[in-house]
Design a protein around this ligand. Structure first.
Ligand SMILES: O=P(O)(O)OC[C@H]1O[C@H](O)[C@H](O)[C@@H](O)[C@@H]1O
Length: 278
């Protein structure tokens, strides 16, 4: 196995470095990407300074992998269970100018006890220049089909969430979990006024986060939906693993599959991807 483990906050991690200087760090815990610095650029991901680490916890920030259940849309723990478990490192390599890290998670007695299916997940993180690709492959290794929902729950770092714009969601129907009602994005930009928690369904193209002197383009395949989330003042103050005012420095733009659960037949594989470019 071609993997060299580093330490990040006491956690085993893969540090990726492309020949052009792009860097990323992914924990074995949750296959959780906690840092992405494009070549010649600055940190693009928000990571809470009071995040918790280790078995059973989920890290606040970075890119949590949500599987096999989004949020509380089913009987499983919120956002499923793979974000709070250790994954296995599979590969760490530099190929064609990209630094690539691969991690794997396989069903075991603990997962079967709450979700009776056999599966294998592989998360591949690839960086080069100003681009990050995150690919989640879900394989059904069992004898019967299963369905899942999930997401790559990307926390983007920003200067001030109240002063940014998100483009690419015009005319897209959404469900607003704060107002508890459906809606449709009528303007060409989404601005944030405070707590925001929306699922945009069937998003047709890329989404761009834009603020003064900074922008990130996000595109996705496999995943049909996009979630936008920031907790706002009150909810953030109630989160034990995030400083009270830090919600102003982040916005989650998640590649998600929620409205139409994915059905995976025995032996089949589903692939979902989120691509970020600055
Ligand atoms: O606090 P967590 O379990 O990590 O969930 C954080 C957030 O994730 C998603 O974005 C959901 O849409 C939110 O409703 C939820 O609050």
């Amino acid at each position: 196995m071609t993997v060299q483990l580093s330490d990040f906050q006491g956690q085993p991690a893969l540090r990726l470095r492309a020949p052009d200087g792009a860097q990323a760090t992914v924990l074995l815990h949750g296959a959780h990407l906690v840092s992405w610095v494009p070549a010649g650029g600055e940190e693009q991901l928000y990571l809470s300074p009071t995040a918790r680490y280790g078995e059973g916890t989920s890290v606040r920030g970075g890119v949590p992998v949500i599987f096999p259940q989004f949020n509380q849309r089913g009987p499983l723990p919120r956002h499923g269970f793979v974000r709070s478990r250790a994954w296995q490192p599979v590969e760490q390599v530099v190929r064609g100018g990209c630094a690539i890290g691969v991690l794997r998670f396989e069903s075991d007695d603990t997962t079967r006890a709450i979700w009776p299916h056999d599966f294998s997940l592989e998360l591949t993180i690839s960086i080069t220049g100003r681009e990050l690709d995150i690919e989640l492959a879900v394989t059904n290794t069992g004898e019967t089909a299963f369905e899942f929902t999930g997401a790559l729950h990307t926390y983007l770092r920003c200067l001030d969430v109240l002063r940014l714009q998100v483009e690419g969601l015009q005319n897209v129907a959404y469900e607003d979990a704060v107002l508890n009602q459906p809606g449709e994005q009528w303007g060409d930009v989404l601005t944030v006024l405070g707590e925001l928690d929306r699922i945009y369904f069937n998003v047709p193209g890329p989404v761009t986060l834009r603020e003064q002197g900074h922008r990130v383009h996000l595109s996705q395949s496999g995943f049909e939906d996009v979630v936008t989330w920031t907790p706002g003042t009150e909810r953030c103050a109630a989160l034990p693993d995030m400083p009270d005012d830090d919600w102003r420095q982040m916005l989650c733009i998640e590649a998600a599959q929620i409205a139409n659960p994915v059905r995976v037949a025995p032996g089949e594989e589903w692939i979902g991807m989120q691509q970020l470019r600055t």
